[in-house]
Design a protein around this ligand. Sequence first.
Ligand code: FE
Ligand code: ZN
Ligand code: FE
Ligand code: FE
Length: 218
Amino acid sequence: MVINLDFKNLKLYIMKTDTKESQKSTTEKGKSKDTTTKSAPKKTTTGKEVKAKKSAAEDLREFFVDALKDIYWAEKALTKALPKMAKNARTPKLVDALTSHLAETEGQIDRLEKVFDLVGEKAVAKKCDAMAGLIKEGESILEETEPGPVRDAGIIAACQKIEHYEIATYGTLCAYAKTLGETEAGSLLHASLEEEKNADLTLTKAAYNDINFAAASE
Ligand code: FE
Ligand code: ZN
Ligand code: FE
Ligand code: FE
C-alpha cells in the first residue's frame, strides 16, 4: 500500500518536473535564437584544437622519450610513497606485498636507466602529474581512516589505481619501443609491465582473502 502510494507520488513528481524542464528549455531555446540573430555566432569552446608548446615532440621517438621521463619520475616518487603505505598497513600480507613491490620499483628505476642508455638519452625525470595526483589521493585515504582493515582496504584501492596507471604506461612504452625498433629497450619495459601486472594481482588477492571481509565486519 505504502509502496503504491510512493510510486504514484513519484510519477506525479516526475511529470511535474518534466513539464517544467521542457518549458524552460523551450524558452531558453527562444532566447538563444534571439541573441544569435543580433550578434555574431559564438564559437563553441568544446572540441577546440590545442595549440602545442614550442617544446612539443616532433616525432614518436621524442614522444617516447618524454613518456620515459614521466614514468622515471613516477617510479622515483613511488619509492617514497610505498614505504609510507607499508608503514600504515596492518595486514601482514599487504605489508609484504608493498615491501616486495618497493624492491621491484627500485629495480624498475635501474631498468629505466638502462632503457635511457639504450636509446641514447640522458636519464631525466619529468614530473608526472597523474602519479602525483594518485599519490596525493593515497595520502588523503590515510588521513581519512584509522589504522586497521578499513585503512588497509583503502591502501589497496589507492595502490591498485597506481598499478593500473603504470600498466597503461608500460604497455604504451612497450608498443612505442617495438614500433621504433628498440627491441632491447622494449623487452626491459616489458619486464616492468609484467611486474606491475603481478603487483596488481597480489593486491587483488590480499583484498579478497584477507582484508575486505575484515573491513566489512568492522
Ligand atoms: Fe613501477
Ligand atoms: Zn604521467
Ligand atoms: Fe590518468
Ligand atoms: Fe608498480
